[in-house]
Design a protein around this ligand. Sequence first.
Ligand SMILES: [Zn+2]
Ligand SMILES: [Zn+2]
Length: 370
Amino acid sequence: MSGQRPLLNLGPISPTPPPSYAAAHDDEEDEKDAPPKRWYHYLPLCATVIMLLAPHPSMLYVLVNYHLRILHAPHRFLLHLCITYALTFLAFSSLIAILIRDPGPVNVEKREQSAQSEDMNVLQALLTSDDEDIHTPGKWCRKCWAPKPERAHHCSHCRRCILKMDHHCAWLGYKCLGHRTYTSFLHFLLCITLLALYISVLCSSVVYFAFTNPLSIDETTPVHAMMLAFAGFMILIVIGPFVAYHAYLVSTNQTTLEHLSPFLLLRQLPKLPEAPAGQHRLSDPPLEHELSYSQRRLIREAHGHIRQYDIGWKKNWAQVLGWDRPYGWIYRIVIGGVGKGDGRNFPRNPRADDMLARLAADLVDLDKDR
Ligand SMILES: [Zn+2]
Ligand SMILES: [Zn+2]
C-alpha cells in the first residue's frame, strides 16, 4: 500500500496525509502501524504476571500442610485448589485476550478492499461529509487522516484511533483498552480481586488456627499464610476501589476518558444559539482555551450530570457484557466476552440532547457578560 499519495487540499486541514494514513485503513495494519514497543514497556506486564504467579508456591504449601497433613481433609483441599487455579486460569485467559485482541479497529470494514478503493472511500468521505463535520473535533482525526467514529479517541501512545477508547494501560502490555477489550479488562479485574479475596480469607483462617492451636501446626505454615493474607489484603486495597470505579463507569455508561475529561462535552454541543446583542466570541463548537473561568466551571458542573449514553443501568451493563454470538456465555465466562454492537453507534440518553442544548445556551449567555 502506498502511504504518500496526495489527497484533497481542504484548507485548514493538513493538505498532505501523514505517511501512515493508508495503513491506518486496515485493522490488521493498525497494530503494525503502532510505534515499536521498547523492552521497558513490557516491565509492568511482567510485574502483573509475576504478581499472579508469585502466591502459588506458598499457597500450595499452605493447602498441603494445613488441609492434608493437619486437618486430613482431602475434599476441602481439592475444592480450594480448584477454586484457586480456576480463578488464576480465568485471569490469565482474559489477560491473553487483552494482549492479542485489537482493542478497537476503526477501519474494519475496509479490510478486504484494495488500496485504490480505500482512496476512493476516503475521498468520498471527505466529499460527502459537510464542512462542519470535517472541522468538528471528534468527527475527523487529523492524525490518522480518517473519519473518527462516535466515542473513538486517538491514542498518542498507540498513534491511532481506538473505538470507544477507555484508557491506555501500561500494566497490560502497553496497550489501549477499547470496545473489543474493555469487557476482558473488567473480567481480569474481577478475577484478580476474587483471587486476592479468596486467598486472604483462606490464609487468615489458617493464621487464626495457628494462634488458637499452636501445638498442632508447624512453624513455617503460619508464616506463609500470614504473608499471603497480607499480600491479598494489599491487592484488595489497591484493586478494590479500581473495580468499584469501573463498576460505576459501566453503570453510568461512561469510559474513563469521558469521565475524566469534562471538556469533551464541548465536542457534543449542538450549534450555538446566536447572541441577540452582537456575536459571541466562541467558536462553534467552542474550544477549551476560549472559555472564561465561569464558563469552565459551568462545563465542569454540567459534566457531572449530563450522561449522554446512560440508558439505565441494566441496559448499560448489557451493552458492555453483551455477546450476541452462539455460545456467547462460554466466552463471557472465559474472557468476559466483548461489548455489544459495532463500537461506532451507541444508543443515546433521550434527555441528553435537551441538556446539551441548554448548556450551549448558558455558555452563550455567560459569554455576553464577559
Ligand atoms: Zn486518530
Ligand atoms: Zn494506546
